[in-house]
Design a protein around this ligand. Structure first.
Ligand SMILES: *Cc1c(COP(=O)(O)O)cnc(C)c1O
Length: 372
């Protein structure tokens, strides 16, 4: 990434962009979706989805899965749209039946799109996208399905074409292993038809304007060249390891974290925030703490004395959870060091936790890596 960017007329620039587009289609598992890359964080891509897919006066259905779904909802409201929220049931992933019921109830067909967060980083749940697609289809409602894959892409299986996803948004700093500051949107089929028919005024995020071979229209100005160099490199790393191998590594490391948390939970002060084991994310594990345990203090001690950075809760979970990230460029040693540092911090803080969590994680890894 730390190269001198090209002058905009340099003929080496377009091949970098094309390489990024080809690689992005490969990780999104789409043959021919249209793509746009933005010099913006993922909130920018959220805005692109709202502005291009939702016309003035139309509504958005958002099943709340945690902090990130709620913030996408707030952004749609900020842009003047009515949002119909499906209430959040803490610890549970999105209920496809509730999506179907809400669409059936929309007899006036005001809902333009269903916004679904695949892995809600706040709650550590990963929803069942094919089941949600089937629910939308069963309702007979024409709303398009738009998925936020910021925290799941590359780490967890995702199939844009095979699962019939109309539009997708994501960002650079999670499974794509890049710094923050680049985001993308992909759209196909019904989403492209909506975009074309949408009379909403728009400029910076204007999809059709960006579908150009003129670089300054594609990026609505100067492309973030160094981020593109980085994306090109990370896509090459992903290609080398292979999507299936990467997803197996994420499942393995998440399993190691989960096996430690199961042991920690035995003493009664810690528990999985995501209560459905099959819907736990392979990217992040939030751990709920009992009243009287201060997760922010555990974080501080882990960070300052064990050099282990873990996340806290966000929004309504602040002060009630800490979160372990196991996403991107991670390996068994990093995860074991992280779990051990958290145990050390919890000891200092007097948190009661079942002992032997790290041992259980080692055993899990050994069992699964014995014949690797
Ligand atoms: C991190 C994250 C975002 C927001 O990303 P920014 O780059 O900070 O805008 C959105 N959705 C999910 C699921 C995330 O994990």
């Amino acid at each position: 990434m730390h190269r001198q960017p090209f002058d905009l007329a340099d003929e080496r620039l377009m091949p970098v962009i094309e390489d990024c587009f080809t690689g992005m289609r490969r990780v999104l598992r789409t043959a021919d979706a249209e793509l746009a890359l933005f010099a913006a964080n993922a909130h920018g891509a959220w805005e692109a989805a709202i502005q291009n897919l939702v016309a003035p006066g139309e509504s958005v259905l958002i099943p709340i899965s945690g902090h990130f779904a709620e913030h996408w909802a707030l952004q749609a409201e900020g842009l003047g749209h009515e949002v119909r929220r499906l209430p959040w049931h803490e610890g549970l992933a999105i209920d496809p039946q509730a999506v179907e019921d809400a669409l059936r109830a929309d007899t006036e067909r005001r809902i333009a799109a269903v916004f679904v967060v695949h892995t809600d980083t706040g709650s550590g749940t990963t929803c069942d996208l094919p089941a949600i697609r089937a629910a939308i289809d069963a309702s007979g409602h024409p709303a398009v399905m738009v998925v936020d894959v910021v925290a799941s892409l590359v780490a967890a299986p995702f199939e844009m074409d095979a699962w019939g996803i109309d539009a997708v948004i994501g960002g650079s700093q999670k499974g794509l292993m890049l710094p923050p500051g680049l985001s993308f949107m992909a759209a196909r089929g019904a989403a492209l038809e909506r975009i074309a028919a949408n009379p909403a005024p728009r400029m910076y995020w204007n999809w059709q304007r960006r579908q150009s071979d003129n670089i300054s229209l594609m990026f609505c100005g100067t492309p973030p060249e160094n981020m593109l160099f980085g994306l090109q490199a990370s896509l090459r790393l992903i290609e080398q390891e292979g999507l299936e191998a990467i997803q197996a590594r994420h499942a393995l490391l998440a399993g190691a974290v989960h096996s430690a948390v199961e042991v920690w939970a035995e003493a009664g002060e810690l528990s999985f925030f995501a209560t459905q084991p099959e819907r736990r994310s392979v990217s992040v594990t939030p751990i709920a703490t009992a009243p009287g345990v201060d997760p922010e203090a555990v974080r501080r001690v882990a960070r300052e004395r064990f050099q282990v950075a873990i996340a806290g809760g966000n929004g309504v979970t602040l002060g009630r959870v800490f979160r372990i990230g196991h996403l991107g460029d991670t390996n068994p040693a990093m995860i074991l060091g992280c779990l051990a540092g958290i145990e050390g911090a919890m000891r200092i803080q007097g948190v009661r936790f079942g002992s032997g969590g790290v041992d259980r994680a080692v055993a899990w890894l050994a069992e699964h890596l014995a014949n690797a």
